[in-house]
Ligand binder design. Structure first.
Ligand SMILES: Cc1cc2nc3c(=O)[nH]c(=O)nc-3n(C[C@H](O)[C@H](O)[C@H](O)COP(=O)(O)OP(=O)(O)OC[C@H]3O[C@@H](n4cnc5c(N)ncnc54)[C@H](O)[C@@H]3O)c2cc1C
Length: 484
């Protein structure tokens, strides 16, 4: 029987995701506009589509899944200020308010007995300084928002469009249907096991962190119906909740618009054989043994949850994010895989998009493409490395085995709380305290600084070369820019 061809649906303004009109803030447009083909419609791919359309480039996103937005319906994401500020730059702060809730403080207790260790309130000045708020949303709503914005800005999004081959010169790619698509630049946003990542990182040993995550979103109605749990979703001051335990830990965060909050429930334990995907869904009975000996609220949450069990991985960062042709770059979890349900993972994808588009807003000549792509890796690699280490450190810190060290830590935190002070200030909890400085990062500024320091230098050197016959080795300048 002949195989039935399913077309590649293209999302347009009239299709299911009906966008509202947003006030996309104006951005400087590139004088040379090129065609970017993005492989993958996850948060990273869609964010790149939004950012590159804003600066005037053509964008096509190829996504293999038909239901790529709906597949992440029951998951929660914490968006730190370094991420929400990017939406602010894009003129989308109202959209973030519509889908998320600002979270003001963190309440920390012991996992075994609910003993309160302390409270940390994000200071008003910190939030002002950072230029964005700490906001919690569902993964689904975030992807849907990015999809709507990308379509509204004129990106073409094609689903059921699996890329199966990339040409050696990276100027075209072939879909499973046989169709060939031409590109000026290919952006590999196809995740931590995708084709583009494999091109640049053929040896990719799957290193576990030793920790597994049980990830779930519990509907708000069932939380509010239980007097013992209802405070977890209090609206007066929306709080994030953390429980520190012996080789286990938990984090809860209200997600969604404030009138319709659900609870994202993350539980961490020592990995006893979890898998990396998102389809190992546990029943309450299967989950119960992992929760034994925890405080009553956690046990109740466990009974309400249908968690997905995911192995937390620490996959390799490829040495090169840019293909030798200078026409393909990897972004998001293809370049810097983060474990799931950590603070900074999704925000790194938005920063990637913001930096990449800011660089390509200066595109005036084809020869700049390669150096912009190298600059992108240069600007992003160190920050992603250190944030991932911090994220993994934060999770492990919450589950340090009980002993002298944890007793001391807990006593110090409680003492601060009794004095009416923030528990995470002044480096008492060194790992968590660093979050503060990371919120202030400004992806657009980073790209601007590079342009002023290196991009313009290269342009001036070229102009001198053309006008005065000055012999300058532009390739050497390119290499130096990579090293700097
Ligand atoms: C279903 C799902 C649910 C997730 N839920 C959470 C969560 O709750 N919390 C969390 O912190 N992180 C979650 N993640 C991971 C999170 O999205 C990423 O870590 C992060 O946001 C960066 O995303 P990304 O776009 O780089 O990669 P991904 O989110 O992995 O997206 C990659 C996309 O590329 C597509 N793709 C792959 N290969 C091809 C190909 N050959 N052709 C075309 N398309 C291709 C995939 O279908 C996918 O949509 C989830 C990922 C997925 C896929």
């Amino acid at each position: 029987m002949a195989k039935v061809q399913i077309p590649h649906p293209v999302y347009t303004l009239s299709l299911p995701y009906r966008p509202q009109t947003r006030s996309h803030a104006a951005a400087k447009k590139a004088t040379l506009r090129i065609r970017f083909v993005i492989v993958g419609g996850g948060a990273a791919g869609l964010a790149c589509a939004v950012a590159l359309r804003r600066v005037g480039h053509q964008v096509i996103v190829l996504e293999k899944d038909l239901n790529f937005v709906g597949s992440s319906k029951r998951r929660g994401i914490r968006m730190p200020p370094n991420m929400t500020k990017i939406f602010n730059y894009w003129g989308m702060s109202g959209d973030v308010d519509d889908i998320g809730t600002p979270v003001d403080r963190l309440i920390i207790s012991r996992l075994e007995n609910a003993y309160l260790l302390g409270i940390h309130q994000w200071e008003y000045e910190l939030v002002q300084e950072a230029g964005g708020e700490f906001t919690a949303v569902s993964h689904y709503r975030l992807r849907k928002l990015l999809l709507e914005a990308a379509v509204e800005l004129g990106a073409v999004i094609r689903t059921n469009a699996e890329v199966v081959e990339i040409a050696a010169d990276c100027r075209s790619l072939r879909l499973a249907s046989g169709e060939v698509i031409q590109a000026d630049v290919i952006i590999g946003a196809d995740g931590n096991r995708g084709l583009c990542r494999k091109l640049l990182c053929p040896n990719d040993p799957p290193n576990g962190t030793g920790v597994m995550l049980f990830d779930s979103v519990i509907p708000g109605d069932s939380i509010r119906a239980d007097p013992e749990l209802s405070s977890l979703l209090q609206r007066e001051q929306v709080s994030q909740w953390a429980w520190f335990g012996h080789e286990r830990a938990s984090l809860c965060c209200p997600i969604g618009p404030s009138q319709d909050l659900d609870l994202a429930f993350h539980f961490y334990a020592i990995d006893d054989g979890a898998t990396e995907g998102w389809d190992d869904i546990l029943s309450p009975e299967q989950f119960a043994p992992y929760l034994s000996g925890t405080e009553p609220r956690i046990q109740k949450l466990g009974r309400l949850a249908r968690p997905t069990r995911v192995r937390m991985m620490e996959r390799t960062f490829p040495e090169e994010w840019v293909h030798e042709t200078g026409r393909l770059v990897i972004v998001g979890s293809a370049a810097h895989p983060f474990p799931p349900a950590v603070m900074y993972g999704p925000s790194m994808s938005l920063e990637d998009a913001s930096v990449l588009a800011k660089l390509f807003s200066h595109l005036g000549r084809e020869e700049q493409i390669r150096s912009f792509l190298y600059a992108f890796q240069n600007l992003r690699e160190g920050r992603c490395q250190s944030n991932r280490a911090l994220d993994i450190g934060n999770i492990k810190f919450m589950m340090v085995p009980t002993g002298e060290m944890t007793e001391m830590r807990d006593k110090m935190m409680r003492a601060r709380y009794d004095q009416g002070r923030n528990v995470l200030e002044d480096g008492t909890v060194a790992q968590w305290d660093r979050n503060r400085e990371l919120f202030g990062y400004d992806a657009e500024d980073e790209a601007d600084n590079w342009w002023v320091q290196w991009g313009l230098l290269q342009e001036r050197a070229r102009a001198a070369h053309l006008e005065n016959g000055v012999r300058l080795d532009l390739f050497a300048l390119d290499v130096n820019m990579r090293i700097a």
